[in-house]
Design a protein around this ligand. Structure first.
Ligand code: HBI
Ligand code: FE
Length: 292
């Protein structure tokens, strides 16, 4: 059996790291190409995001001074974010183990990838790079209610691991923090980071008739599988961040009990009792299957 020689995906993976997986961002080590790539990602995405991201995200981007002026120095950005909600951004080289990730969140530290995607993965990459984490996740951490939700999520994560319910909680993260939609007076808007950092999914999630859009329901989300490497087949919609926090600010023990007794749902399924906002045609996904 040959040793699994894991080639470092990015130069940070060979950086010395602390026990909590944090590294030094070494902001001065970014090349001109990397700064330029950030600017091109930013300029493309900010155009698509206007009119589609929720009000709080757009306001926070201005407040945090996110801009196409090169890769942000996390130390400076952290100072601005910390002054608003007490959250800090800590550089990491890659995905960190769940228990480390939850501990950071529980202490208002957001682990952000320090590397930027290679040109060959300009449109999509699996791992969270600095553009996904900072353009996608950081603005919402400036919203005081969502900041409380993320801290509670971190604390819940540690408990979920003890109860063996991590996969249920990961679904909550996926369908809110990564792919959540919110109702506003002007219509549905985006707050999920996985959508916000993706030009195509930013349009698809709001305007395509393929996916389902269903009202938020905690136990229902915990039973719903998700797709990793394609657009979502279902998006869940919250009425407000206060409502999200309210729904989740309780002991999940009873919810886990409720979920345990029921079957999981496929990502495209709609079940009795769902608040169906739009019933998807799902044709996008069938087509893709045909293509594959
Ligand atoms: N690590 N750096 C990083 N970023 C993430 O978003 C992340 C992670 N580790 C685990 C994880 N996310 C997911 O398993 C969460 O659902 C917990
Ligand atoms: Fe993410």
């Amino acid at each position: 059996m040959t040793a699994d020689t894991k080639e470092p995906k990015n130069r940070y993976q060979t950086s010395p790291r602390a026990a909590d997986y944090t590294i030094d961002q070494a902001w001065e080590s970014y090349s001109a190409e990397e700064h330029d790539r950030w600017d091109r990602l930013f300029r493309r995405q900010i155009e698509v995001t206007k009119g589609r991201a929720c009000t709080d995200v757009l306001q926070a981007m201005a407040e945090l001074e996110l801009s196409p002026s090169g890769i942000p120095d996390m130390g400076k950005l952290t100072d601005r974010l910390e002054a608003i909600t007490g959250w800090r951004i800590v550089p990491v080289a890659e995905l960190v183990p769940d228990e480390i990730f939850f501990d950071h969140l529980a202490n208002r530290r957001f682990p952000a990838g320090a590397f930027i995607r290679p040109e060959s993965e300009f449109d999509y990459l699996k791992e969270p790079d600095i553009f996904h984490d900072i353009f996608g996740h950081v603005p919402m951490l400036a919203n005081p209610v969502f900041a409380d939700f993320m801290e509670a999520y971190g604390k819940g994560g540690q408990r979920a691991m003890q109860l063996g319910q991590l996969h249920n909680l990961a679904r909550l993260y996926w369908y809110t923090v990564e792919f959540g939609l919110i109702r506003e007076a002007g219509g549905l808007r985006i707050y999920g980071a996985g959508i916000l950092s993706s030009p195509n999914e930013t349009v698809f999630a709001l305007e395509d008739d393929s996916p389902n859009r269903i009202g938020f329901d905690l136990a229902r989300i915990m039973r719903t599988k998700y797709i990793i490497d394609d657009f979502q087949q279902t998006y869940f919609v919250i009425d407000s961040f206060e409502a999200l926090l309210e729904a989740c600010y309780k002991d999940f023990g009873s919810v886990y009990g409720d979920v345990k007794g029921k079957t999981d749902l496929e990502a495209h399924e709609i079940e009795q009792g769902d608040e169906v906002i739009t019933r998807g045609t799902l044709d996008y996904f069938h087509k893709r299957k045909a293509v594959r």
